[in-house]
Design a binder for this molecule. Sequence first.
Ligand code: PBG
Length: 333
Amino acid sequence: MPQFPTASYPLARPRRLRRTPALRAMVRETAMTPDNLIWPIFLQAGRDEESAIASMPGVTRRTVDRAVKAAREARDLGIPAMCLFPYTGIESRTEDCAEAWSDDNLTNTAIRAIKDAVPEMALMTDIALDPYNINGHDGFVEDGEIVNDRTVEALVKMALAQARAGADILGPSDMMDGRIGAIRAALEAEGHGHVSILSYAAKFASAFYGPFRDAVGASGALKGDKKTYQVDPANPREALRMVARDIAEGADMVMVKPGMSYLDLCRRAKDEFGVPLFAYQVSGEYAMIEAAAQNGWLDGDRVMMESLLAFRRAGCDGVLTYFAPRAARAMAG
Ligand code: PBG
């Protein structure tokens, strides 16, 4: 029997499997494809125009015709879903937020136009009053308080209008209590039982939403903060209770938001509930990566892909990300 001295070489050499691209591909544990992407886009009124958003370089607000073009682009890249956010100037915001449930508001008009041109694209909406509210809040404000039940009634009307327009996935992002159950019941009652709900369940009161509020015109409007309805960033157990509650009320899928700073919640939500899980890589996360890349401090494309992979590793089925078309292009090679 020859003797193998163990002291002179390592027993295991994991580097053997990192030696070539083929070997690395064979043992890669996490896969990412365009199927894992949801592309959030911003809408604006008008025709054939796009406008830049200063704090989100590379992201624009699009008129409906341009949104249709974007949908074709997304389809060609293999992206299965888009999420629509309307920009509303301060002059069109009101206290009663009636535009939120108008059949002809920007979101509902865009849903119809995109469904007409690209019927296979899954369309997700946002349900909250903030794009229409004079106060910039997600709910009605009475005597300085964001009132719950009256807001839920309005959110239900908003949900029904979006379902009528042809939305596939409704995304309540408002964090009012009881809204998922109320929306689910109304959808069933009105013949929209097939429409799914992706609830912003673990949604934190985060400073990472800053650039988004510029994008939808809410920055100037918002009075105060959203801490009385969004979850305290210090509270993971509370966030998990919100996930459990929203599933019990009829959510088909749940979201953790923001993403990169809350990957612990992604993993825990996936392990505990096993439902389809999405993270929102929000505007501030996008802005950080872009700002560093523009300064030449980070390789933007590589950091983008690495950040998206982290969501998959943490158990997410997909990611809402402003990088979606760029990431899909990178995946195509
Ligand atoms: C509105 C809403 C927000 C975002 C999505 N829906 C902002 C907020 O809650 O203030 C943020 C998305 C982003 O930052 O990219 N209810």
